[in-house]
Design a protein around this ligand. Structure first.
Ligand SMILES: Cc1ncc(COP(=O)(O)O)c(C=O)c1O
Length: 499
């Protein structure tokens, strides 16, 4: 870099009566000269002797100022030819000549959107510690039983064959063979009536719901949400500016009559009818029909979150709400997070035909599609029968693990917590004594390295008896006893403290 001799007046003055030390005034004056562009990169700064003479200060004062400038990277260390404005300025690039300096200001408020603050307050609850593995974490599948060898074989095969097209941006809506395979699977196993063009691949159910919110909600419109209900969904609706209308869930699922009374003109209703989160109830047929009837008359959308419907252990498989809809009002959401593994980040939407373009356009605003090669591996996994086999095995395993946890609770937590057997899902709800504080128990349990979120966390307006959620899918039977004893210790200590 060419070093140029300084021809720029420093315009530096010092005030001996100021409380600011002289070296600091010099340091700030030169720094400001650099940041404002008056002193350009590579320009020589005056020698310490010269500047000290000009300013009428001791040379050691200027030396100290220069030492600070050198330490912070504004000026190069002195050599036999002098010191220069550094060419890699530390935090800002030099401004063009004539641009006003950046004057430091006191730190002000760091504003995030009010909707985000509201979403955090209402939706995210207490932070969980993402240690791994933690017994009873809710929503975690049995990663220990995932057929990794088959997966790796399919991956290697795809990687070897990878045609150039798979390295490009990919098709809107996702890898066509996977959209086909999902449409076939949904029709056969969930009664969803959908063509491949209506299936859009996204990065998990959460992104699907975020996309639904962006595409269909306007600020200020009402959305029915289940109370108690899934937290992250509420966050997606709130950050779109929607108003949450908590609708109670009972043993038949979302109470449609209450929803109608509270917000008859809501834009949307969110439900998880196959396995309501967190209570695990299945929405009854009369309620399903009532919900669809309301949506058709109100011109509202119904978001059906079918996140873990493959894990049903008793009774007849229950088909999706979407298959009952004759007015094209249902947006169906599915995910591979529970059936395969969450880190895959692959889910899908099945949308009515007239919404496909709108969803496609909105998806492109935030993201494109998931990596094509991963989608191709999932397509192979489905079409070659591995998926159906894996889901069958997991259904049997989860049923065993649920039974093991149920027994453990009876043995280890009798008198402290009780749970009913669930017909579906991946967690149990363990009810505590009516005077227990489930949030406090949950916090204490986390200290004992057991993750059991409190039911109250998922309630907006409902007041339900205290309970803890206990995921069992990822907990081998042999481990659930030890973890339950840790939880018993917590519950006994709290019961003694209450007595
Ligand atoms: C009710 C419900 N919906 C959606 C999701 C999100 O799943 P994904 O990992 O596909 O974003 C979960 C995850 O646990 C869930 O419990």
């Amino acid at each position: 870099m060419r070093k140029v001799a300084s021809s720029t007046p420093l315009l530096l003055t010092v005030d001996a009566s100021s409380a600011e030390p002289l070296f600091r005034q010099i340091y700030q004056g030169i720094r400001e000269g650099i940041l404002s562009g008056r002193l350009r990169v590579g320009e020589r700064v005056p020698s310490t002797r010269l500047l000290a003479g000009e300013l009428g200060v001791a040379r050691s004062t200027v030396v100290l100022a220069y030492e600070h400038l050198v330490a912070e990277g504004y000026v190069t260390a002195a050599t036999s030819v002098g010191s220069f404005v550094a060419d890699n300025l530390p935090d800002v690039s030099p401004l063009p000549a004539g641009v006003r300096s950046i004057t430091p200001v006191p730190a002000g408020p760091r504003v995030v959107a009010a909707r985000v603050r509201e979403a955090e307050r209402v939706s995210l609850g207490t932070p969980t510690v993402r240690r791994w593995p933690v017994p009873f974490r809710v929503g975690e599948p049995a990663l220990d039983a995932f057929p990794t060898a088959i997966w790796e074989t399919l991956r290697r095969r795809r990687a070897r064959r990878r045609p150039r097209a798979m390295l490009g941006y990919g098709s809107h809506g996702g890898f066509p063979p996977l959209r086909e395979a999902i449409a076939t699977y949904l029709g056969a196993s969930r009664g969803v009536r959908v063509r491949a063009e209506q299936v859009l691949l996204v990065r998990g159910a959460q992104q699907a719901i975020d996309l639904v919110a962006r595409t269909l909600l306007d600020p200020g419109c009402d959305v029915w949400v289940e109370d108690p209900g899934y937290l992250a969904v509420r966050a997606a609706f709130l950050t779109s500016g929607a108003r949450l209308v908590p609708v109670p869930v009972d043993e038949e699922g979302l109470d449609v009559a209450v929803g109608r009374a509270l917000a008859p003109h809501a834009r949307m209703a969110y439900v998880a009818p196959s396995n309501q989160f967190p209570l695990g109830v299945t929405m009854s047929l009369p309620r399903r029909l009532a919900l669809l009837d309301w949506a058709a008359h109100a011109g509202a959308w119904v978001v059906e979150d079918d996140y873990d419907s493959d894990f049903r252990y008793a009774g007849r498989p229950i088909t999706a709400l979407q298959g009952l809809d004759t007015s094209q009002r249902v947006i169906y959401v599915g995910t591979f997070s529970k059936t395969l593994f969450p880190a895959l980040r692959l889910g899908y939407l099945a949308v009515p035909p007239d919404l496909v373009d709108a969803f496609d356009r909105v998806q492109q605003l935030a993201d494109f599609v998931s990596p094509t090669v991963e989608q191709a591996v999932v397509a192979d996994f489905l079409s070659e029968g591995h998926f159906a086999r894996h889901v069958r095995r997991m259904r049997a395993l989860y049923q065993e693990r649920q039974a093991a946890l149920h027994d453990t609770l009876r043995r280890e937590l009798s008198g402290l917590a009780r749970a009913d057997v669930h017909e579906s899902g991946m967690h149990l709800v363990a009810w505590l004594d009516s005077d227990a504080d489930d949030a406090a128990v949950s916090r204490a349990a986390l200290d004992a390295k057991v993750e059991v979120p409190p039911l109250s966390l998922y309630c907006l307006e409902r007041r339900l008896p205290p309970a803890l959620l206990m995921g069992y899918a990822a907990v081998p039977a042999a481990q659930s006893g030890r973890a339950a004893r840790l939880l018993r210790g917590v519950l006994e200590r709290r019961a003694r403290a209450r007595a």
